[in-house]
Design a protein around this ligand. Structure first.
Ligand SMILES: Cc1ncc(COP(=O)(O)O)c(C=O)c1O
Length: 405
C-alpha cells in the first residue's frame, strides 16, 4: 500500500519504539527516527571530545547550521535568509506579533477556532496596544473560506493569521486560496500562516500560500527534535519585524558611533547562541522527510486517516468529529465513545502499548461545534501500518463494549 520511496520495513526499523508500541500521536510530537537522534548524539559527543570552541569544529558547526537553514528554507520554497530558527511554533507567532509596529486601531483577523498560541499574542496586543482582534466564525467543521476571511478585512486590517490544520479536528483550511485572494484584493495586509500541524505532513510553498510569515515547530509531523522550529519572514518584511530579543547574534552595535543595526536577514531574530543540537536534528529530519517526499507522505497519511476513520465508525457508540470529506482533513481524527472517559481510554490503550491522546487540545470552540469539551485524538503518520490501526480500533471497541454492558 506504500507510495513512499523508503520501504516500510526500513522506516519501522529506523524508530525502535515501533517494535514495541503503536504510536498514534504525531499531532503532539512524533518520535524522531534514528538518523536524527544519532546525528544529535554525535554532535554532543564531539562537543565533549573536541571542545565546543576548537576553531575547526566551531567553524564546521556554524557551516552545518547554515546548511540546515538552506534545507529548511527549501522545504517551504523560501530563501535561506528568510528563515529563522525558533524553539517551537509559539515563538515564531510571538516574534511576528511583538515585532510589528502596531498603531492603535490596527486590526488582526483570525478564526474562532484558532489554537491558543495563535490567539493570546493578538489578545495581548488588544489589551496593551489598542489593536482590535476580529474573529471569523467557521462552519460546523471548523472550516473557513477565502470569502469569509475577506469579508472580515477592513481598512484598518494589518494582518490575517490562519492555522493551516486544526489540531483538534484535523480540518484543513484553504490557506492558499485565502492568501491568493487576500493579496489580490488587499495586498498591503500581512498574512501569517501557522503551519504547526502541517510542516512535514502537507507540501508547503510560501509563494503558493502568498504568505508573508509562516511559523512551525519541527517536532510534530517533520519528526525533528523537541526545541526545534522555524519562522519564515518574506524578504521585504524582514526589516519591519523588530527583534524581540537583541544580543551579539542578531544586532550590530558600534560603540563609538553608538549605532545599533539588525541585519536584513532572519538572523536578526537570533540574539544569542542558537540551539545547535536541535537545529542539526531539524536538518536531519528535513533530509529524512525529503527521502520520503512530503507529497508521498501526505498521500500515505491521508489513506491511513481514511482507514482509521472507517474502523472507528464501525464501533458501537463511537462518534467521529471533524470534516467528513477526506480532502478537508489531514492527519488527525477526534472521537468519543458513549460511556467511556476519553482520558481513561488513553490509559487503557497505553497499558496495551497503543499511544493516543485525549484532552481539550486548547480548542474549546472547535470542539463545541460537536457539543464536546474533551475528546480522544488519533494522529497516524506514514510509519503506521494497517495492523496498528486495527489494534487501536480493536482495543477501543473492547472499551466501548465494556461500557455498553
Ligand atoms: C495548531 C497549533 N498551533 C501552534 C502550536 C504551538 O506549537 P508549539 O507547541 O511548538 O509552540 C500547536 C502545538 O500543539 C498547534 O497544534
Amino acid at each position: 500500500m506504500s507510495n513512499l520511496s523508503l520501504d516500510h520495513h526500513r522506516i519501522r526499523k529506523d524508530t525502535p519504539l515501533f517494535a514495541r508500541s503503536v504510536y498514534l500521536d504525531a499531532a503532539a510530537a512524533a518520535p524522531p527516527p534514528l538518523p536524527v537522534v544519532e546525528g544529535i548524539a554525535s554532535y554532543l559527543k564531539d562537543l565533549s571530545r573536541l571542545g565546543p570552541y576548537l576553531p575547526s569544529f566551531r567553524a564546521k558547526t556554524y557551516e552545518q547550521v547554515e546548511e540546515v537553514r538552506s534545507k529548511a528554507a527549501a522545504l517551504i520554497g523560501a530563501r535561506p535568509h528568510e528563515v529563522a530558527f525558533t524553539s517551537n511554533g509559539t515563538e515564531g507567532l510571538n516574534l511576528v506579533a511583538n515585532g510589528l509596529d502596531w498603531q492603535e486601531g490596527d486590526e488582526v483577523v483570525l478564526l474562532d477556532v484558532e489554537f491558543h498560541s495563535n490567539v493570546v499574542p493578538w489578545l495581548r496586543l488588544e489589551r496593551e496596544r489598542g489593536v482590535k482582534v476580529r474573529t471569523v466564525t467557521t462552519d460546523g467543521e471548523g472550516m473557513t473560506t477565502a470569502e469569509a476571511v475577506l469579508a472580515a478585512v477592513g481598512p484598518r486590517t494589518r494582518l490575517v493569521t490562519i492555522s493551516h490544520v486544526l489540531n483538534a479536528l484535523g480540518t484543513v483550511q484553504p490557506v492558499e486560496e485565502i492568501g491568493q485572494a487576500l493579496k489580490q484584493i488587499q495586498p498591503q495586509v500581512l498574512y501569517l500562516v501557522n503551519a504547526a500541524q502541517s510542516l512535514g505532513l502537507l507540501p508547503l510553498h510560501v509563494d503558493r500560500l502568498h504568505c508573508d510569515f509562516l511559523a512551525a515547530p519541527g517536532r510534530k509531523w517533520l519528526r525533528g527534535p523537541e526545541g526545534s522550529g522555524i519562522l519564515y519572514v518574506r524578504e521585504d518584511h524582514l526589516e519591519e519585524i523588530r527583534p524581540t530579543l537583541v544580543g551579539w547574534g542578531g544586532t550590530e552595535w558600534q560603540p563609538a558611533a553608538r549605532t545599533l543595526r539588525h541585519p536584513a536577514t532572519a538572523k536578526r531574530f537570533q540574539a544569542g547562541l542558537p540551539n545547535i543540537p536541535a537545529i542539526l536534528g531539524l536538518g536531519l529530519a528535513v533530509d529524512y522527510a525529503n527521502q520520503l517526499g512530503v507529497a508521498a507522505t501526505a498521500a500515505q497519511t491521508g489513506a491511513l486517516v481514511q482507514q482509521m476513520d472507517d474502523l472507528l465508525r464501525r464501533i458501537p457508540g463511537l462518534a467521529v468529529y471533524g470534516p467528513v470529506q477526506p480532502e478537508h482533513r489531514a492527519g488527525i481524527i477526534s472521537f468519543n465513545v458513549t460511556g467511556v472517559d476519553p482520558k481513561r481510554l488513553v490509559t487503557v490503550l497505553a497499558e496495551q502499548g497503543v499511544i493516543i491522546e485525549a484532552g481539550t487540545f486548547m480548542a474549546e470552540v472547535a470542539l463545541a461545534k460537536y457539543g464536546q469539551s474533551v475528546v480522544a485524538r488519533v494522529s497516524p503518520h506514514y510509519y503506521n501500518t494497517e495492523q496498528d490501526l486495527v489494534r487501536m480500533a480493536d482495543l477501543t471497541e473492547t472499551a466501548a463494549r465494556g461500557a455498553e454492558s
